[in-house]
Design a protein around this ligand. Structure first.
Ligand SMILES: [Zn+2]
Ligand SMILES: [Zn+2]
Length: 334
C-alpha cells in the first residue's frame, strides 16, 4: 500500500494528486481540478476541467459563467475514475453542495475534507465521516476556546431583540453563500414566518438555493421599500454593507453579525456589532477533535487556520500529524 504522502503533495497551486493528475481546490488555474465547495477561496475560475457536485457546479456557473471551466458533475457517493485513482464526493455539511473528496489509490485512502461542520444544517446534507489513511482537515476554529453554542440559542437571541425593539430593525450581516440561507432556514425552523428583507447582493444565491429545492420562506428585496416598513423586521446584508451608507435607509438598525468569529468579543466590537450571533459554518474545537477520532486516520494534515493545537491533539492520540503550509484561503468568508 503506497504511503499517502507519496501520491498527494503540496504545490504552489495547492494539493496535487499525482496518480490522478488533478488538484483539489487549486489556488491558480490548472488543467484538472476537484472542487470541494463554492466559496470563492476554494472554487476559483479558469480551470480547464472541474469535477464537483451538481450544486457546487450550479454555484460556480452562477458566479463565473463561462470562466467556470469545463464542469463535470458527480453526485454524492458516485465513484469517478481520474487517471489511476477513484474520487468519490461525500457530504461535508458546510454549505449546499459541499463535499469531501475521498481519493482511493491501490488500497490507500485519502480524504480532503475541504471546509466542514458536524452540527445539523437544514440547507445541506450532513457530514459523513469516512475511515481513511490520511485525513486533511481545516482548523479555522482550531482552538479549545472555540465552542459554538447551539444555533437555536443564537436565533432565539435575534428573535428576542426583534420583540424588544419594535421601532428598530434587525440588520444581520451574513455571507452570501451558505450563511444567508442557513439563517433564513433557522429562522423558519424557530417558527418565524414573516418575510425577511434581503440586500441585493444576497438575492442571486438565495434564489439558486430555492431553485435547488431548499425551503427558505418568504423573502423580499430592500429596493424601493419605505423606511418605516423595516420597523420590527429582519434585514439580511453582506457583512461589508453593515458599515456602509446603504444602512441609512434603515430605521435605527440593531447591527448583528452571524459568524463563528463573534465568539471573539473584540472582533464584534471592532465591527460595531451590537448583537453578535455565533453561527458558524465551520467545525468548532469539539467537532474537529471528534472528527479526528471518527475517521481513524493514522496521518492527519491540518490546514486553513489555527493548526498547532489540533496537530498537538492528534499527536496525543497517537497519530502522525502535521501542519500544511497551504496558502490562499480566506478565513473570513464563512
Ligand atoms: Zn468554505
Ligand atoms: Zn475555506
Amino acid at each position: 500500500m503506497p504511503r499517502p504522502e507519496s501520491w498527494l503533495r503540496v504545490t504552489p497551486a495547492g494539493l496535487y494528486c499525482q496518480p490522478g493528475d488533478f488538484y483539489v481546490d487549486p489556488t491558480r488555474p490548472v488543467a484538472r481540478a476537484v472542487i470541494t465547495h463554492g466559496h470563492g477561496d476554494h472554487a476559483r475560475p479558469g480551470n480547464d476541467a472541474v469535477l464537483a457536485t451538481p450544486e457546487t457546479i450550479a454555484i460556480m456557473r452562477a458566479r463565473y459563467g463561462e470562466a467556470a471551466g469545463g464542469l463535470q458533475p458527480a453526485g454524492y457517493g458516485e465513484r469517478v475514475a481520474l487517471g489511476d485513482v477513484a474520487v468519490t464526493l461525500v457530504p461535508a455539511g458546510h454549505v449546499l453542495g459541499s463535499a469531501q473528496a475521498v481519493i482511493d489509490y491501490r488500497g490507500s485512502r485519502i480524504v480532503v475534507s475541504g471546509d466542514y461542520k458536524r452540527r445539523p444544517d437544514p440547507t445541506c446534507a450532513p457530514f459523513e465521516p469516512q475511515r481513511c489513511d490520511l485525513f486533511i482537515t481545516e482548523a479555522t476554529f482550531g482552538l479549545p476556546v472555540f465552542r459554538h453554542p447551539p444555533d437555536r440559542h443564537e436565533i432565539d437571541r435575534l428573535l428576542h431583540s426583534l420583540r424588544l425593539y419594535p421601532e428598530r430593525c434587525q440588520l444581520v450581516g451574513v455571507y452570501a453563500l451558505g450563511k444567508c440561507q442557513r439563517v433564513l432556514a433557522l429562522l423558519r425552523a424557530a417558527g418565524y414566518d414573516e418575510p425577511v428583507f434581503l440586500h441585493g447582493a444576497l438575492i442571486g444565491l438565495t434564489e439558486l438555493y430555492r431553485g435547488l429545492g431548499i425551503e427558505l420562506g418568504p423573502v423580499l428585496p430592500c429596493t424601493g421599500v419605505e423606511r418605516d416598513t423595516f420597523k420590527g423586521r429582519i434585514v439580511l446584508a453582506p457583512p461589508a454593507a453593515l458599515a456602509d451608507r446603504w444602512t441609512r435607509r434603515l430605521p435605527d438598525p440593531v447591527i448583528a453579525l452571524a459568524s463563528g468569529w463573534m465568539r471573539v468579543k473584540q472582533r464584534a466590537k471592532a465591527r460595531g456589532v451590537e448583537l453578535p450571533l455565533v453561527i458558524s459554518d465551520h467545525a468548532d474545537w469539539a467537532e474537529l477533535t471528534a472528527t479526528i477520532d471518527d475517521v481513524g486516520a493514522q496521518d492527519i494534515w491540518v490546514t486553513h487556520g489555527r493548526e498547532e493545537a489540533l496537530v498537538h491533539y492528534a499527536t496525543q492520540q497517537g497519530r502522525n500529524a502535521r501542519a500544511l503550509a497551504l496558502t490562499g484561503f480566506d478565513e473570513e468568508e464563512e
